[in-house]
Design a binder for this molecule. Structure first.
Ligand SMILES: C[S@@+](CC[C@H](N)C(=O)[O-])C[C@H]1O[C@@H](n2cnc3c(N)ncnc32)[C@H](O)[C@@H]1O
Length: 262
C-alpha cells in the first residue's frame, strides 16, 4: 500500500481513533497492548541506567503512555509519520518527562545502531509498504540481547472461526470503527489485515531479519497476534570470529608438530 495513501488515512481519522479502537476490539486492545509493553519492559535492566524503548507507529501514543507512566526510569521514544496522530499523542503525554515524540518514517529510523533495549510496533506494521525493511530497521536500532515485538491484527487459522471473523470485520467492524463518515477508511483497515502476513509467515520474517527465540501469542481466536524476538547477543561478526578461532585450533591440533613422535 502506498505510503502517501496510508498517511492520508491516518491524518483524517486521528481525532476519533482511540474511541474507534475501543469499539472495534470490543475493549480488548488494552489487554493486548499491556502484554506488548510487558515484553518491552522486560528487556530493560534499569539497575544501572535508564531503559530505552522505541514505540514505532505510535499513533496517538497509548503504548508510549502505558510504559512511561508506569515506569519513570524508562525513557520512551514514540515515532510516527502522521502529524495529526502525533498532535493527539502530545496532548495525552503532557507532563511526562520521560517521553519524546518524533515525526519520522518507520522504514528509515533516525537512530544509531543498538540504541534501544526494545523496539515495539502496535497495529502499524501491516500499514507499511515493506514489512522486511521495517523489521530490519527495528533489529538494527536494538542492542544485542534486546527485543523486537509486533502486535497486529491477524486472520484466525481455525476454519470454524473464520466465517464469524469475516462477517464481523467486513460488516460490523467497519461501521463501529468509522461510522458513516469514515466507513471507507475502516474498510481499508479490514483489507490491509487480509493482505497482511499470516502468523507463521511473520514469525519466519522475524527469523530472516536475524531475530532469535521467536515466540507468537494469539488473542481473540487469532484475530490479533503478538510476535516477539530477541536480537542475538552474538552478532554475525562475533560468531564468525569464534568459528574461525575454533577452526584454527582444530587445524593446529591436526598438524603434526616438528619432532613429535607419530
Ligand atoms: C493503526 S495506527 C496504530 C497506532 C498505535 N500504535 C496503536 O496501537 O493504536 C498505525 C499508525 O502507523 C502510522 N504509520 C503507518 N505507516 C508509517 C510509516 N511508514 N512510518 C511511520 N508511521 C507510520 C500511522 O500514521 C498510524 O498512526
Amino acid at each position: 500500500m502506498a505510503k502517501e495513501h496510508v498517511h492520508g488515512v491516518f491524518e483524517s481519522i486521528a481525532e476519533g481513533y482511540d474511541a474507534a479502537n475501543d469499539r472495534i476490539s470490543l475493549g480488548m486492545h488494552g489487554a493486548w497492548k499491556k502484554a506488548l509493553c510487558k515484553t518491552a519492559v522486560k528487556a530493560c535492566d534499569t539497575s544501572k541506567r535508564a531503559g530505552l524503548i522505541l514505540d514505532i507507529c505510535c499513533g496517538t501514543g497509548d503504548i508510549t503512555e502505558l510504559i512511561a507512566r508506569k515506569y519513570p526510569d524508562i525513557f520512551v521514544v514514540g515515532l510516527d509519520f502522521s502529524a495529526n496522530m502525533l498532535d493527539v499523542a502530545r496532548t495525552r503525554l503532557q507532563g511526562l518527562e520521560n517521553v519524546e515524540l518524533v515525526e519520522g518514517n518507520a522504514m528509515e529510523l533516525p537512530f544509531d545502531d543498538g540504541t534501544f533495549d526494545s523496539a515495539v510496533i502496535s497495529f502499524g506494521l501491516r500499514n507499511t509498504p515493506d514489512y522486511e525493511k521495517v523489521v530490519s530497521e527495528m533489529v538494527r536500532v536494538v542492542r544485542p540481547g534486546g527485543t523486537v515485538a509486533c502486535l497486529d491484527a491477524s486472520v484466525p487459522s481455525n476454519k470454524a472461526v473464520v466465517p464469524f471473523y469475516q462477517f464481523y470485520y467486513k460488516n460490523i467492524m467497519t461501521l463501529l470503527g468509522g461510522g458513516i463518515a469514515h466507513h471507507k477508511e475502516y474498510e481499508w483497515l479490514y483489507e490491509s489485515t487480509q493482505e497482511f502476513l499470516r502468523k507463521d509467515e511473520l514469525a519466519k520474517l522475524f527469523e530472516q531479519c536475524g531475530l532469535s527465540h521467536v515466540q507468537v501469542r494469539s488473542f481473540m481466536f487469532g484475530a490479533a497476534a503478538l510476535h516477539i524476538g530477541m536480537v542475538p547477543l552474538f552478532g554475525d561478526i562475533v560468531t564468525h570470529a569464534v568459528q574461525t578461532a575454533v577452526k584454527m585450533v582444530a587445524q593446529s591440533q591436526d598438524t603434526p608438530q616438528e619432532g613429535a613422535k607419530a
